[in-house]
Design a protein around this ligand. Structure first.
Ligand SMILES: Nc1ncnc2c1ncn2[C@@H]1O[C@H](COP(=O)(O)OP(=O)(O)OP(=O)(O)O)[C@@H](O)[C@H]1O
Length: 264
């Protein structure tokens, strides 16, 4: 693990950053024998608290596999992930499920809301899984919907909401139990430009908090300016790590600035 000092222009500049999630010699293979396919090659990556890290790279390079292992949805073939000091390899069965339920929030490309539940009820789900009484869960869920600007749509069903509104409900659901890790897989891929910007602004504003790690997998260059740091992958390896430029730049300026700040 190491400490990274951010440049003056970046969003979180004040103190040395703390590692929240550390991947240690992470290997993932699918298949057996002649069909074995190594998808992640001994990855050593640190993700810092109080930062939004973008994970980018060509299709098939292993981004979803990596975040699925970090989030405890997939097991690595070898290596380990330390989540806030706890090696995942030490957590088995029910302990891993509980740890994940408490510490991890997910936002997916297709929202994954339960169609038979209202926005508020969808947001309640992570709290109910943790055993929070329904009346308390409803209050917290409504507060969270307010924070994502959807207080007036609390009783709406997913089919009555636009794509951008559904993604905002999904963000509220991912954060309602105050997880220390938020993982977003292509959160803007199904959204138009304006909705995508609103969603990324929200992810920045409501999710990047002291002690929280935020990882966003994206192909969408429109969202690059919302990151503090960008990790580029290719063919199961990290090829570059760079710090964020200011968020007022155009896409091409953003990309060239990222490229010029190579630290890896
Ligand atoms: N369950 C699985 N079984 C076998 N191979 C898999 C499985 N999941 C992923 N792979 C393979 O692992 C490689 C990496 O896939 P992954 O989905 O992690 O890439 P990605 O970078 O997220 O791609 P995309 O940007 O298209 O979502 C691909 O070659 C994929 O076919």
């Amino acid at each position: 693990m190491n400490t990274l000092l951010m440049p003056e222009s970046s969003i979180n500049t004040k103190s040395p950053l703390k590692v929240g999630v550390a991947c240690v010699k992470l290997v993932k293979e699918f298949g057996d024998g002649a069909n074995r396919n190594r998808v992640l090659h001994e990855l050593d990556i640190d993700f810092y608290s109080n930062q939004l890290t973008l994970l980018v790279g060509p299709s098939g390079c292993g981004k979803t596999t990596l975040i699925s292992i970090i989030a405890g949805l997939l097991f690595p073939t070898s290596g380990d992930v330390e989540l806030f000091g706890t090696p995942q390899s030490r957590l088995k069965g029910g302990k891993l499920v509980r740890f994940r339920a408490q510490n991890v929030g997910f936002v997916f490309q297709q929202y994954n809301l339960l169609p038979a539940l209202t926005a508020t009820e969808n947001v309640c789900v992570p709290l109910l899984i943790q055993g929070v009484p329904r009346s308390k869960a409803l209050i917290k869920a409504k507060e969270m919907l307010d924070r994502v600007g959807l207080a007036t749509r609390a009783g709406a069903y997913p089919r009555e909401l636009s794509g951008g509104q559904q993604q905002r409900v999904a963000i509220a659901r991912a954060l309602v139990h105050e997880p220390r890790l938020l993982v977003c897989d292509e959160p803007t891929a199904a959204l138009d430009g304006n909705s995508g910007r609103t969603v990324m602004q929200l992810i920045r504003e409501v999710s990047v908090q002291p002690g929280r790690v935020v990882i966003v997998v994206t192909h969408d260059s429109r969202v690059y300016s919302y990151g503090d740091r960008m990790i580029e992958m290719s063919d199961g390896r990290v090829t570059n790590t760079s710090n964020s430029p200011s968020s007022s730049m155009t896409d091409s300026q953003v990309i060239s600035q990222f490229k010029s700040k190579e630290t890896h």
